[in-house]
Design a protein around this ligand. Structure first.
Ligand code: SF4
Ligand code: SF4
Length: 715
C-alpha cells in the first residue's frame, strides 16, 4: 500500500522494489508468460467486439445505477435478503459491524474482496474483537504478513515460496517445506476448521443482477462458495458499479473477465446466489443474507462525463499485468489499495488526492493498459487528466509552469534551443553527445549519454534541400517535432531525400512548434492547448495531401491528443478534423501510401536487425506491419524480440522524473535485442532513438540504434 507523503519519499520507496530480486524475477516471468496464455484464451473470440459489448452494458448500467439498485433491492428482498446502502466506506463498515453484533457473531471468514480492502473492513471488525480470517490463499498469506494485496487477482504475487514456507512454519509452529503443493495443503488444513467454526461469511461480488436480485461471484479456489454457504450469516459487500440489468449481461461480461485476468477460458467456480435458502443449523432454519451496496463516490463518478468510464472496470487486473512500471516496482508501489492503471485512478476517487498525487506521476503513458483493458477504458488519458486536476488543486510546480510557459511561446522556445546550442560547446564531445551532464541533472540520470543540439536545426536546413516542385506529385507538409528539428535533423533530411526521389512535393511550415506532448504529460493543460492551436494554425490542411511526421509520439498526439485537447471549440471542428485526418507516420506513408517496393530501396548489408515498436505507433495508431515490412525491404535480416512492443523507458518527462525506472526499461530493451543477436536496433521515433542510442553509447554496447529513415535510401 502506497502512503508516501512526498514524491521524494515515493521515489526512495521505489528503490526498495528495484532492489528486490525475487519481486523483479517473479513479475518478469509473469509478464512474459501472461500474453501467450491470454492469446490462447481469446483465440476463438473477437476481443475488441467483446470489449465494446461489455462497455455498452456497463455504461448503460452506470447511467441508471439508482434504478438498478431499487430493482435489485426489490427482487432480492422478495427472496428473503436484506439489502443495505452505504454512502461511505465507514458507513459500510458500521453496517457490517452492526449485523455481526446483532447476530452474536464471534468468528468471521472472508473471501477475496477488493471492496472490503477499499473500506478497510477487517480493521473495523477487529476493533470489535471479532476474529476475521481470509480464506483465499493469497489473501490469507498477506493477512498473516499484515500487508495489503500487490495485485488485484493474485494478491501475494510478490512473495516467494520460501517466504511462504517461513511464514507457515511460524503459524503452525512446525517446520514446513518450500514446496507449493505441500504449502497449499498446510493452508487447507488450517483454514478448514475456520470455515466450520465461523458464524459469518463475508464476500464481495463480481455481478449484482438487478432483474433477479442475484449475486455472481467468480473465483478459482472455491472458497467464496464455502464462505457464502457454510456460516449462518452471509454478508456481501458490493460496489454500486457491480449492478447490471440482466443475467444475459453477466454472461457476456464473463466471456471477457477470466480470459483477460488469467488467460483461463472460465474460472474454476462461478457462484450465483439468489435469495436465502433453508439451513440445517439448529436454531437457524433459514440463511441470513445481507447485501451492502457501497457508493463511496461511485454515484458521482457515474455522473462525470469524462471519468464515468472508470465504472466499466471488471477488476480483471490485466492493466497491471502489462504495465511496464508495475513489472518493475510491483503493486505495493503502484497502488494504494487498488493496483495498476485503474488503481492510480480509483485511489484518487476512493482514497483522495493525497494518496494519489505521487502515483499518478508514475505512468509512462505507454498505452499498454488501454490496449488490453476489458472495459475499453482510456486509462492513460484519464491518469493524465487526474494528474492535471491534482496540479490545479495543489498548485502547479514551478518547473512544470516554466516548461508550460516556454513551450507555449514558439519563438521563445526556439530561441532558448539555439542559445543552448552555444552553451553546450564546453561540454560537448565529438560523437554528438554531451561529455558530462549539465548540473541540473543528478547522477541517477547518467545511465544514457545525452545528444548535443545540432549545429543547424532542420528548419534552417530545409530551404537548401527543399525538393523542386513536381506537377501532379503528392503534397506533403513535414511536422518535425522538436527532437528531430533540433537534435536529429539528419533523420528528416534522409526522409526528404527519399520523398524527393519518390516524386513527392515537400513543404515545411515554419510556424510549427513542439507537438505539446511534454506539457500534456506534465498536466499543463493550458499550455498543451496553446501549443496545439499554434500547430493547427500553422498547417492549412487544404494545402496538403498529408501532414507527415517521423515521430511516433508526435503522430499520436497530433491526432488523438489534439482531438481531446481541442474538443469543444466549435470554431475549430472542421479544421481540426481535416488536420488530424491528414496526419500520417513515416512508415505508413512510405510503405502503404507510396507502396515502396524492395527494388526501389538501396539494399543494406543483410545483418540481423531488431525492431523497437514505439508505444504510440503500435498501440495508439495501430501501426505494426509497415515498419517491419520496410526493414525487410531495406535488405535487413529482421529478428523478432521478446520485448518488441514494451516501452523503452523514455516517455519524455517520465525519464527525467523517474530515471531509475527509465534505466531499467532501457536495459531490458537493449538486452532483448542483443539476446536475439541483433546488430542494429531500428525504431521510428526520435525519442526512442534518444533513449536507446544514448543508453547503448553510455554502456559501450556494440548494437547500433537507427531511425527507420536512416536505413531507407531510395534508388
Ligand atoms: S500507460 Fe503504461 S505505464 Fe501508464 S499505467 Fe498504463 S501500462 Fe502503466
Ligand atoms: S481497468 Fe480494465 S484492465 Fe484494469 S482491471 Fe479494470 S477492466 Fe481490467
Amino acid at each position: 500500500m502506497q502512503t508516501a507523503d512526498s514524491l521524494k519519499q515515493y521515489k526512495d520507496e521505489l528503490r526498495e522494489s528495484l532492489d528486490n530480486e525475487f519481486l523483479r524475477a517473479a513479475l518478469d516471468a509473469f509478464a512474459k508468460a501472461y500474453p501467450a496464455g491470454r492469446q490462447r484464451a481469446f483465440a476463438d473470440y473477437d476481443f475488441r467486439a467483446l470489449v465494446a459489448e461489455g462497455a455498452v452494458i456497463k455504461d448503460a448500467a452506470a447511467k441508471k445505477m439508482d434504478e438498478l439498485y431499487e430493482q435489485f433491492k426489490t427482487e432480492a428482498e422478495k427472496r428473503g435478503v436484506v439489502v443495505h446502502m452505504a454512502k461511505t466506506a465507514d458507513e459500510a463498515n458500521e453496517i457490517i459491524a452492526r449485523i455481526a453484533k446483532e447476530g452474536g457473531v464471534k468468528r468471521v471468514i472472508k473471501s477475496k474482496s477488493m471492496t472490503a480492502e477499499e473500506t478497510h473492513l477487517n480493521v473495523r471488525l477487529e476493533k470489535d474483537n471479532l476474529e476475521v480470517v481470509e480464506t483465499d490463499l493469497g489473501e490469507w498469506i498477506i493477512q498473516l504478513r499484515h500487508e495489503g494485496p500487490s495485485h488485484m487477482v493474485m494478491p501475494a504475487i510478490h512473495l516467494s515460496r520460501h517466504q511462504v514456507k517461513d511464514l507457515f512454519s511460524d503459524v503452525t509452529k512446525q517446520p514446513q517445506e518450500a514446496d507449493i503443493g505441500k504449502l497449499v495443503k498446510v493452508a487447507r488444513s488450517q483454514l478448514r476448521r475456520k470455515f466450520v467454526e465461523a458464524d459469518m461469511g463475508i464476500t464481495g461480488a463480481n455481478f449484482a443482477v438487478a432483474e433477479s436480485g442475484t449475486l455472481g461471484i467468480v473465483t478459482n479456489e472455491g472458497n467464496a462458495r464455502m464462505v457464502s454457504t457454510l456460516p449462518r450469516i452471509h454478508v456481501a459487500l458490493v460496489g454500486l458499479d457491480k449492478l447490471i440489468s440482466s443475467s444475459d449481461d453477466a454472461i457476456k461480461l464473463l466471456r471477457v473477465l477470466p480470459k483477460n485476468a488469467t488467460g483461463q477460458a472460465i474460472t474454476s467456480y462461478v457462484t450465483w446466489i439468489s435469495g436465502a435458502t433453508p439451513m440445517t443449523i439448529p436454531g437457524y432454519p433459514t440463511k441470513e443474507i445481507h447485501i451492502v451496496f457501497l457508493d463511496n463516490g461511485r454515484r458521482a463518478l457515474a455522473e462525470d462525463p469524462l471519468f464515468s468510464t472508470i465504472l466499466r472496470c471488471v477488476r480483471c487486473g490485466a492493466c497491471a499485468n502489462v504495465c511496464p512500471v508495475y513489472r518493475l516496482v510491483g503493486g505495493h508501489k503502484l497502488g494504494h489499495v487498488y493496483i495498476g492503471a485503474i488503481g492510480l485512478l480509483l485511489t484518487y476517487f476512493f482514497h483522495g488526492k493525497d494518496k494519489a498525487k505521487n502515483l499518478v506521476q508514475n505512468c509512462i503513458a505507454c498505452g499498454a493498459c488501454k490496449d488490453i483493458c476489458a472495459g475499453g477504458i482510456d486509462l492513460p488519458r484519464l491518469i493524465k487528466d487526474i494528474h492535471a486536476r491534482i496540479q490545479e488543486e495543489e498548485g502547479r510546480p514551478l518547473q512544470s509552469r516554466l516548461l508550460g510557459q516556454v513551450l507555449s511561446n514558439r519563438k521563445l522556445f526556439h530561441t532558448l534551443l539555439r542559445s543552448a546550442k552555444a552553451a553546450q560547446k564546453p561540454i560537448s564531445a565529438d560523437a554528438g553527445y554531451l561529455r558530462h551532464l549539465p548540473l541540473i541533472f543528478s547522477s541517477k540520470h547518467n545511465f544514457r549519454a545525452l545528444p548535443t543540439i545540432a549545429e543547424k536545426p532542420f528548419r534552417d536546413r530545409f530551404p537548401a534541400i527543399k525538393p523542386s516542385t513536381k506537377p501532379g506529385g503528392l503534397k506533403v507538409a513535414i511536422f518535425a517535432g522538436c527532437a528531430q528539428d533540433f537534435i536529429y535533423p539528419e533523420q528528416l533530411e534522409a526522409a526528404v531525400a527519399f520523398l524527393d526521389k519518390s516524386g513527392v512535393n515537400v513543404e515545411f511550415p515554419v510556424d510549427q512548434s513542439c507537438c505539446g506532448l511534454p506539457v500534456a504529460m506534465m498536466g499543463e493543460k493550458d499550455a498543451a492547448k496553446k501549443v496545439a492551436l499554434q500547430n493547427v494554425k500553422a498547417f492549412n490542411p487544404d494545402d496538403y495531401d498529408y501532414i507527415l511526421t517521423l515521430c511516433a509520439s508526435c503522430a499520436s498526439h497530433l491526432t488523438h491528443g489534439y482531438k481531446n485537447i481541442l474538443a469543444g471549440d466549435p470554431a475549430l471542428i472542421t479544421r481540426l478534423d481535416a488536420f488530424t485526418r491528414k496526419v500520417v507516420d513515416f512508415s505508413t506513408f512510405i510503405n502503404d501510401v507510396l507502396e515502396t517496393r524492395t527494388e526501389d530501396v538501396v539494399q543494406q548489408a543483410p545483418v540481423k536487425a531488431a525492431y523497437h515498436a514505439p508505444c504510440h505507433l503500435c498501440r495508439e495508431l495501430g501501426v505494426r506491419q509497415a515498419p517491419r515490412d520496410l526493414l525487410a525491404k531495406a535488405g535487413l535480416d529482421y529478428v523478432p524480440t521478446t520485448e518488441e512492443e514494451v516501452c523503452c523507458g523514455f516517455g519524455g518527462s517520465f525519464s527525467m522524473k523517474f530515471p531509475e525506472l527509465s534505466k531499467e526499461l532501457l536495459n531490458n530493451k537493449l538486452n532483448a535485442a542483443e539476446e536475439a543477436g541483433a546488430e542494429i536496433l531500428v525504431t521510428d521515433c526520435p525519442g526512442c532513438v534518444l533513449q536507446l542510442r544514448g543508453g547503448a553509447h553510455k554502456q559501450g554496447r556494440k548494437i547500433q540504434v537507427k531511425h527507420i529513415s536512416e536505413i531507407l535510401g531510395k534508388k
